[in-house]
Design a protein around this ligand. Structure first.
Ligand SMILES: [Zn+2]
Length: 230
């Protein structure tokens, strides 16, 4: 018998985003598995940018991210945002004190319009908004994909490493930005977003992702303004 939950006028069955079992999400075993998952080391983007991910894209984490992305488990964004903030100390300074207003704005690297339109939401935006709420920092859309951006799949490895092209809204110069994404694979998307923000006059960008896929990243180069001043 599937437990039902009454929420106003809608009755729906709840299931765990991690394992699909009927009941709360995440269920106790999935919550324990999440807690036991270690935080991976920092990731490097194709141009040497430092990208921190809170979790490996594996096991229960993979199931949770996929549930958020493809199965409409939108409330999973709050859980993953909490892990992101806590594990990467986004609410702390280097000395451990609370880092209120260490960033001026939280934003995200938008998913291609076609994908987000098909789903009805952009999971990266949901995560960024949940992170912003936790930090008490406004979340604003700063980045737009250039039109004609295709799917990551079907593009060559070289094209994927180059990453998508972003344009930035004009009134962002001088801001300190926390850039949030769901999964970092090659790092190309976040790297391209960081580069675009740097060209637009952002003074500091911290690029973070919920999960990192175990993926060797080719390329080298000097780190650019990631994590400066934060
Ligand atoms: Zn579960």
């Amino acid at each position: 018998m599937t437990p039902l939950r009454y929420t106003g006028t809608v009755i729906f069955a709840s299931s765990c985003a991690g394992c699909g079992q009927p009941g709360p999400s995440p269920c106790r075993p999935c919550r324990a598995a999440l807690a036991a998952t270690p935080t991976p080391p920092a990731h490097r983007g194709p141009h040497g940018q430092v990208i921190r991910a809170a979790l490996p894209f594996d096991g229960v984490v993979k199931h949770l991210v996929v549930a958020l992305k493809y199965r409409n488990h939108r409330r999973t964004a709050d859980l993953l945002a909490a892990e992101l903030v806590r594990r990467l100390g986004l609410d702390r300074r280097g000395d451990g004190s609370r880092a209120d207003r260490a960033v001026d704005v939280v934003t995200w690297a938008p998913t291609s319009g076609r994908r987000a339109a098909r789903r009805g939401y952009d999971q990266a935006e949901l995560l960024a908004r949940a992170v912003g709420r936790r930090l008490g920092v406004p979340c604003r859309r700063l980045l737009y994909r250039h039109h004609g951006e295709g799917h990551q799949t079907g593009r060559s490895r070289w094209q994927r490493l180059l990453g998508p092209q972003f344009r930035v809204r004009p009134d962002v110069a001088g801001m300190r930005v926390l850039l949030v994404d769901d999964v970092v694979t090659t790092g190309a998307t976040l790297a391209a977003a960081v580069t675009a923000l740097g060209h637009a006059g952002i003074v500091a960008v911290r690029a973070v992702a919920v999960a990192a896929a175990d993926h060797e990243v080719a390329g080298s180069g000097a780190p650019i303004l990631v994590e400066q001043g934060i």
